[in-house]
Design a protein around this ligand. Structure first.
Ligand code: GLA
Length: 382
């Protein structure tokens, strides 16, 4: 994705000047499935972006070119309902969320180009929603805050795409800051930037290259299980609004009042929240071996208690454990495919990659992909 690339396509298609906006994908260092439980997350924006060239249109119709897909769409009206799994839902969802807040988005022309890999768990869809939200706010002078834009993008995903995701991905894409992760309290939305001083280490993402069908139905199911764990705890006299309010002692106290699944989900969420604070502490002291151990512990919980892993992710985490130069790793994002996130020594990266490729190929017949995650800034005009 480059400004020149966007400009060239926009010019040849619409022959008018345009404005340029971009929004990054994200990684999440630790704090998985905690956002919709009012907990803490630790995402960072990456230096891969979804970019758009956009300009108001003199015509009545909206025209959007998805250049990576070699596809385009033109429409005059926006329905209040999504159209079966079309990429335009992400944008309609955003337009709709503006409308709900009293802003009518007038017709525009746009070209989209992204270098965030799709389906790798790097939130390419959140970046698409955020980049349009940012652009509308600036172009049509809506005067909304960054938090408003975050909610707008989340609403688009929840209502038009159908994933009942939490706020992490959109928040990260809007608020990201180069060389920092964001420690976000998803209950109050207070946040602080945590410097990512990794010294001679890097974040290596290993992409399983699979996405299992159950990902979004199981995701929505986990939310329900967490809610029902909270109701059981409330019924039994514990005062709380969400799993954020529970201690690990309370979860064990309630073990036999809940189903086995409810207990395991609640236990994982409470432990993961605690782990996040310990991880931040370890990173701030450059204690990579402690930080890595928390990553492995997170994966263990996601696999056994939250049950959102899959054979490919487990294989990658098990395999890196035996390699020199790996501090720790775990599945990242919703689970059931996508990437693992690994803290590794920079100088060992090539050796790690070749070992993993050989082992993974032998096991699954395909090669994984690798990304070194460098941090990037949040959504902006460029
Ligand atoms: C997906 C969702 C996020 C978050 C993660 C799991 O990425 O979009 O809101 O819940 O899964 O941590």
């Amino acid at each position: 994705m480059t400004k020149q690339g966007l400009e060239q396509i926009f010019k040849s298609k619409f022959n008018t000047p345009s404005h340029f906006f971009k929004a990054p994908g994200r990684i999440n260092l630790i704090g998985e499935h905690t956002d919709y439980n009012d907990g803490f997350v630790l995402p960072a924006g990456i230096d891969k972006f979804c970019g758009i060239a956009i300009a108001p249109s003199p015509k009545k119709s909206f025209q959007i070119v998805a250049s990576d897909l070699n596809d385009e769409i033109s429409f005059e009206n926006i329905t209040d309902q999504p159209v079966s799994s079309h990429w335009v839902n992400y944008i309609w969802g955003v337009i709709h969320a503006f409308k709900k807040r009293g802003f009518t988005i007038p017709a525009f022309n746009a070209v989209i180009q992204s270098d965030i890999p799709v389906g790798a768990g790097l939130s390419s869809s959140a970046a698409l929603e955020v980049v349009f939200a940012k652009a509308f706010n600036v172009l049509f002078q809506c005067g909304l805050t960054d938090i408003d834009l975050t909610w707008i993008a989340k609403e688009a995903e929840n209502n038009f795409v159908g994933l009942q995701c939490g706020i992490m991905d959109m928040f990260a894409s809007v608020h990201a800051k180069k060389n920092h992760a964001i420690k976000l309290d998803c209950r109050s939305l207070e946040f602080e930037y945590v410097p990512m001083n990794l010294a001679s280490n890097k974040i290596l993402l290993i992409d399983t290259c699979v996405k299992h069908e159950l990902a979004s139905s199981e995701y929505n199911q986990r939310r329900l299980e967490c809610e029902s764990a909270v109701s059981k705890m409330k019924q039994n006299g514990i005062k709380l609004h969400s799993l954020r309010g529970a201690s690990i002692e309370q979860v064990y106290e309630m073990k036999f009042k809940m189903s086995d699944d409810e207990f395991k989900r609640a236990k994982y969420v409470v432990e993961e929240n605690n782990r996040l604070h310990q991880f931040v502490d370890a990173i701030s002291k450059s204690n990579m071996s402690a930080a890595g151990a928390f990553l492995y512990a997170s994966h263990y919980g996601l696999k056994h208690d939250y049950e959102v892993s899959c054979p490919e992710l487990d294989f990658l985490v098990e395999t890196v454990k035996s390699l020199n130069g790996v501090w720790g790793g775990r599945l990242m994002g919703g689970g059931f495919g996508g990437c693992t996130i690994n803290l590794v020594e920079t100088e060992k990266i090539e050796e790690i990659k070749s070992n993993i490729t050989a082992a993974y190929h032998k096991q699954f017949g395909v090669s994984p992909k690798y990304y070194i995650a460098s941090t990037g800034d949040g959504a902006c005009e460029f």
